[in-house]
Ligand binder design. Structure first.
Ligand SMILES: *Cc1c(COP(=O)(O)O)cnc(C)c1O
Ligand SMILES: [Zn+2]
Length: 418
């Protein structure tokens, strides 16, 4: 059997996000025993203990340029991370052109495509690998639309752990290639993401692997929150008025909120940024529910932004809370706007995001045009994955090259210099 009791002094326990019951901290408690599957748990921290290990001053002297600089805020036993892949501390670029074009006071781009497996998912996978090692597992499993899987496979490979991955058939080739190269056992499921998730759940229950399914494992959102800790620290603890995030399962946006909440509780920031949750109109269960003020309904999975093509989100409560607790907003953008955003971020800022990576920016554009984001406000846009993951859609966004035989006269006739 795996270890159950933990020895992590800064953890108080869990609170169920649905019924608000408290539970003592116990390893591998995934959901609330009272509420069942929908009872997603929050991890509660003892901020007085954390304050002794982490401050502006301690961070200033910390030369660890990875997300592990915030290990005092993660639900893990203390360990040395030097043999892990270098996750996090990705650049926060001040926009040089797009912010001006948009007409906002300032715009920043957090390029999380620069993580080791090229997406923000590495933040959760790094924590998953650390937790699996802590608990003595030799195999991690997850189901994913692609990035969580390739990220899980890469981070686990580095740690010498095995991975079993479940992906829906439609996962883009770039992501599939990554997981196979990292040596994962990959099951391509003839079905949609919901069916893929359910198969992985059944297999994990049967074979007893460590469960990296971010929707239900509360530890995963804790890894993702490090993106917010970085954004705040990179802005000298004065985060922007808004932070925009692309949303699929809802775990990322939920984590983004947790990071800012932690900093607020620690007194390191004095207000929470407003969180803008962005989806594609082709798959927008959160936006629909917020607009209709109704519970989430299953939505079609009809967007080219595969990483956020999630019809039945697994983390609805944390995602909805991220927006409501920060007085943020939900917005949906059509796929054409996502492709246009991909081209614009590449052309104007030199940042190449995958469709789901740049959906956040497309959402900012629309939020500005609808007056949700005001001209005197500041915005951070999280680019959550690299464009090299999905070159088919990148080429759709970018158009065709100029074609010429190796002949200068023909080159001139192409209109290259027009
Ligand atoms: C997973 C993912 C998201 C959305 O995260 P959720 O936790 O599913 O909401 C956004 N962008 C990229 C690139 C992703 O891989
Ligand atoms: Zn509960």
């Amino acid at each position: 059997m795996h270890k159950m009791k933990s020895n992590i002094p800064h953890l108080l326990g869990y609170t169920c996000t649905v019924c608000q019951r408290h539970y003592p901290y116990e390893e591998e408690m995934l959901t609330c025993p009272q509420c069942g599957e929908s009872g997603i748990l929050d991890i509660d921290y003892d901020y007085d203990v954390i304050r002794q290990a982490l401050s502006r001053e301690s961070l200033r002297h910390d030369h660890d340029n990875s997300m592990w600089r915030y290990k005092a805020l993660l639900p893990l036993e203390d360990r040395d991370y030097k043999d892990f892949l270098r996750v996090g501390w990705t650049p926060l670029y001040p926009s040089l052109r797009l912010g001006h074009e948009l007409g906002v006071k300032s715009l920043y781009i957090k390029d999380d495509g620069l993580n080791p497996t090229a997406s923000l998912k590495d933040r959760a996978s790094g924590v998953a690998v650390a937790k699996a090692l802590e608990l003595g597992y030799d195999t991690i499993s997850c189901s994913s639309t692609g990035n969580a899987a390739s990220s899980c496979a890469g981070n686990a490979a580095r740690a010498g752990l095995k991975t079993v991955i479940f992906v829906p058939e439609r996962a883009p080739q770039g992501k599939l290639a990554q997981m196979l190269v990292f040596g994962a056992r990959v099951v391509s499921v003839a079905g949609d993401y919901r069916e893929t998730f359910n198969l992985s759940k059944a297999a994990i229950a049967k074979y007893g692997w460590y469960n990296r399914n971010a929707g239900i494992n509360p530890v995963m959102a804790e890894g993702k929150k490090t993106v917010s800790l970085e954004i705040a620290e990179q802005l000298d603890f004065k985060p922007t008025d808004w932070v925009a995030v692309s949303v699929g399962d809802g775990c990322t946006i939920g984590g983004v909120y947790l990071g800012f909440r932690d900093l607020y509780e620690l007194g390191l920031i004095d207000r929470l940024p407003r969180i803008l949750g962005v989806q594609s109109t082709g798959c927008s269960p959160f936006v629909d529910a917020a607009r209709d003020q109704a519970p989430l309904k299953p939505a079609l999975e009809n967007t080219l932004a595969d990483s956020i093509s999630v019809g039945v989100p697994r983390n609805p409560v944390k995602a909805l809370r991220a927006v409501s607790a920060t007085n943020g907003a939900w917005i949906a953008v059509p796929d054409e706007a996502i492709l246009a955003a991909m081209k614009k971020m590449g052309e104007k800022e030199g940042v190449f995001g995958e469709p789901a990576g740049v959906t956040s920016y497309a959402g900012v554009e629309q939020a500005v045009s609808q007056g949700i984001i005001k001209p005197d406000e500041t915005v951070t846009c999280i680019c959550s994955g690299s464009g090299l993951k999905d070159v088919v859609n990148a080429l759709k966004a970018a158009g065709d090259p100029i074609r010429s035989r190796p002949d200068l006269e023909e080159l001139e006739q192409t209109g290259l210099f027009a």
